[in-house]
Design a protein around this ligand. Structure first.
Ligand code: FAD
Length: 758
């Protein structure tokens, strides 16, 4: 086998160095073949592919990441003003939210909550101060959504939409000055409620295929004959649609009478249309898994709008898809990841506390190994999620518009939320299942698929977007090679392709050599940053990044354009890239938080988990490759001694579980930013209070148990021996009160609701 590799390397070496041989033998053949096999691409696909930019994803694709690029990224920080907003209006808003009442009694936010949201500029988080908005960083925006999500998902979605892919973002990037001057101050103070209408009954995941149309024509509008657009559409699932005063509407624009130019099909266009415009119908409400946020269909019949309703005016006609994709390139990374992390942190903190408070078999349920395992997974996952959220926000605040990374965090963090919520449900047992005002988790469990489906469901994000777009945008040569292949002047294209091909072969060979060396040495000698706790993870990241780059190249070479439809392969490659990105974020986050020694178990769990997942997905790709012998050969080069990475080690489980079962700085860091309260009548407040009381009483409990062991007190529950323990001076009255208080609060924390009217 080794002879075969040497011959392969020598042959490739000859091809590269002798350009005449390369051009005749290799380039011409590949150029002609690949020109024919180039997959067709629609305009919407091309625009989606070109949206945003790349960052650390491109480094991972090189197989030799430049660590400086992630090391130099400053950690996210809140300004004094942002901190004051979160400690002030956000805290107050959370205190006003009663998710049970919102969901089942009102099916809406109370009027005073709507007013509070509007008057405190919650709809203007991203709008500049000059237009009356808050002009917060993306990190601050994420912190706001995260905190509200830990209190009420319906309220979080209501705040999210105007600040993510709403009209404000489109106006800020593409609006005319007149549109900005009119709408932005109104949106900032909530005088306008915006909705963004893209999805329709026939166009869901494939939104670019919408049948909604607009024809350019002349018509009378506000007493004047004007050039404008006659629209017909049908949309559904539109968040805030039922209460919107202005719709950001996407449609396909046509110029059948050639009033603007010879071109008949102008492409997708976005207009901002007041909902009172004649011909618009705002339908009834959808009921998305019992959630109370406003969501519903709308449609328009022969609605005439003047040209200046188009966002950006005449200059932006037909540019709608590009505008949407550019805005989504960053927007996708903020709202839904913030909502997911808010839910995960909140559940992690409460389930840990509940596992300490709830006793069975005379022990807190958290003391059982089975429960510990679940708690450890929840803590590790939440750490990983928050790392990805914070590092990605920092990248966006530094000016990157990382389209592929935003898809990764949307997909990975919403899926991780699904796992944490499910784990939390298991820990809560029946108290998670019986819905009511005292249940803090059941509503979150119900609402999980909403986050996963919104902005394109995750199956599509995983199997089409991440690797499909990633390969073209992040690969050092692929996009330029595709351009050369598509060159109209064939000889110019051939010359460019030849240059790129020789560089590409060198790149492949150097990755192959490094892959062999990393495989043999386990990347032990690779130069990476990191300290004693983190260096070996950096080294493994270097190794797997190299393996990924090589495997991606091999998949592209062996499957070519058909890879677009091989979603089982591209989905797994997407998982490899995703987990390498998550692991990078974990390392960066650990450093940003000052390399806390207490957090090392969290670092270990999150790194071991993501490296193992990356390895498993990579190995699965080899099984799916069509060229079996080279695929097996490549796998043997990259993993000569079998599988180097195992799932998080058992020794970590106890440490991580303890972190959630005790009041510690590490627990506070892990769950920082969620809404906390100590109201014994509140669904989560009562658990927090009981947790603290049970921990305060723990030393007294230990004294009593020790006395029982020494036969100084009779056997039985600590409560049954309390009186006697005071009488014989094993504990004093104050200590007995601590136990009584803990027991009272513990019983309150495990109560569930019952109803007479069901
Ligand atoms: C509560 C809620 C709020 C929403 N808010 C808005 C809003 O404000 N504005 C707006 O415009 N839209 C909104 N949407 C629409 C949302 O973005 C779309 O629902 C989503 O893009 C998926 O469309 P669909 O539900 O029709 O699913 P479908 O397109 O029918 O897809 C069904 C499944 O097939 C998968 N699938 C489809 N094609 C592929 C493929 N090629 N490869 C792999 N898998 C594929 C999808 O991933 C999904 O899992 C909202 C939706 C919901 C449920």
């Amino acid at each position: 086998m080794s002879e075969f590799i040497i011959v392969l390397i020598l042959l490739a070496g000859i091809c590269i160095s002798v350009s005449a041989i390369r051009r005749t033998v290799l380039t011409r053949y590949l150029f002609n073949k690949m020109r024919m096999l180039m997959p067709g691409m629609s305009q919407t696909e091309r625009e989606a592919l070109e949206a945003g930019d790349t960052w650390w994803d491109a480094e991972l694709f090189t197989g030799k990441p430049d660590w400086k690029k992630i090391q130099q990224l400053p950690a996210s920080e809140l300004t004094d003003e942002e901190q004051a907003f979160i400690a002030g209006p956000v805290e107050t808003l959370c205190g006003m939210l009663d998710d049970w009442d919102i969901t089942y009694n009102r099916h809406d936010l109370p009027a005073e909550v709507w007013d509070f949201i509007k008057h405190n500029q919650f709809c203007g988080i991203i709008i500049p101060k000059s237009y009356g908005g808050l002009e917060f960083s993306d990190y601050a925006h994420s912190q706001v959504v995260m905190k509200i999500a830990s209190r009420s998902a319906s309220a979080a979605v209501t705040v999210m939409v105007p600040n993510s892919l709403g009209p404000a973002k489109l106006l800020l990037n593409y609006g005319t000055q007149q549109q900005k001057d009119y709408y932005l101050p109104r949106l900032a103070k909530g005088a306008e409620i915006p909705a963004f209408a893209l999805t329709g009954p026939q166009a869901g995941s494939d939104a670019g295929a919408m049948p909604d149309s607009g024809d350019i024509c002349y018509a009378e509008f506000e007493g004047k004959q004007q050039l404008g657009i006659r629209l017909n559409w049908e949309k559904r699932y539109i968040t805030l649609g039922p209460v919107a005063t202005v719709l950001g509407l996407a449609f396909k624009l046509y110029d059948p009478d050639h009033l603007l130019s010879d071109k008949e099909q102008l492409g997708i266009t976005v207009a901002l249309i007041p909902t009172h415009t004649p011909g618009i119908s705002i339908g009834k409400r959808h009921y998305p898994l019992d959630s109370a946020f406003m969501n519903g269909p709308n449609w328009g019949e022969n609605v005439f709008i003047p040209m200046d309703y188009v966002i950006g005016g005449v200059d932006q006609l037909g540019q709608g898809w590009k505008m949407l994709m550019q805005c989504l390139a960053t927007g996708r990374a903020i709202s839904l990841p913030a909502l997911s992390v808010g839910a995960a942190k909140f559940i992690c903190r409460n389930s840990g506390a509940y596992a300490r408070v709830r006793t069975q078999f005379n022990l807190p349920i958290g003391a059982f190994e089975g429960v510990e395992e679940v708690l450890a997974r929840m803590a590790g996952t939440s750490y990983l999620m928050d790392a990805a959220r914070q590092v990605t926000c920092a990248a966006i605040d530094s000016g990157y518009k990382p389209a592929i990374i935003s898809a990764i965090v949307k997909y990975q963090l919403t899926e991780a939320m699904r796992r944490v919520v499910n784990d939390g449900m298991d820990i809560q047992g029946g108290s998670g299942i019986c819905l009511g005002p005292m249940n803090y988790i059941g509503r979150l469990y119900q609402i999980i698929p909403v986050g996963i489906t919104v902005e394109g469901a995750n199956i599509l994000t995983r199997s089409m977007m991440i690797f499909g777009q990633g390969a073209v945008r992040c690969h050092p040569y692929l996009q330029r090679e595709m351009k050369a292949l598509g060159e109209a002047d064939k000889s110019k294209g051939l010359a460019e392709f030849d240059q790129l091909l020789s560089q590409h072969i060198r790149f492949f060979l150097s990755n192959l050599t490094r892959g062999l060396w990393f495989g043999l040495s386990n990347a032990y000698f690779s130069q990476t940053p990191g300290n004693k706790a983190s260096r070996s993870y950096y080294q493994q990241l270097a190794r797997l990044s190299n393996s990924f780059a090589l495997t991606a190249d091999f998949a592209l070479l062996s499957i070519g354009g058909k890879l677009k439809r091989k979603e089982r392969i591209s989905g797994r490659l997407a998982d490899v890239l995703s987990h390498l990105y998550l692991c990078s974020c974990v390392l960066k986050h650990f450093e940003n938080q000052g390399e806390q020694i207490d957090d090392i178990p969290l670092l270990d769990w999150a790194c071991q988990y993501s490296l193992h997942r990356a390895q498993q997905s990579l190995l699965a790709v080899f099984w799916l490759m069509p060229m079996r012998i080279p695929a097996v050969l490549l796998r043997t080069i990259l993993f000569p001694f079998g599988k180097p990475y195992a799932p998080p080690k058992d020794v970590l489980i106890g440490k991580l579980a303890q972190l959630l079962l005790n009041d510690s700085a590490s627990r506070d860091r892990l769950t920082a930013g969620v809404y906390l309260n100590e109201n014994t009548e509140d669904a989560s407040g009562r658990i927090e209070v009981a947790f603290k009381a049970v921990l305060s009483a723990a030393p007294v409990e230990a004294k009593l148990k020790a006395a029982q062991k020494n036969a100084e007190l009779p056997k039985g529950s600590v409560n049954s021996v309390l009186k006697q323990a005071v009488q014989v001076n094993i504990i004093n009255q104050a200590e007995a009160d601590l136990i009584n208080q803990a027991e009272r609060l513990r019983l309150n924390a495990i109560k569930v609701d019952a109803f007479s009217n069901l």
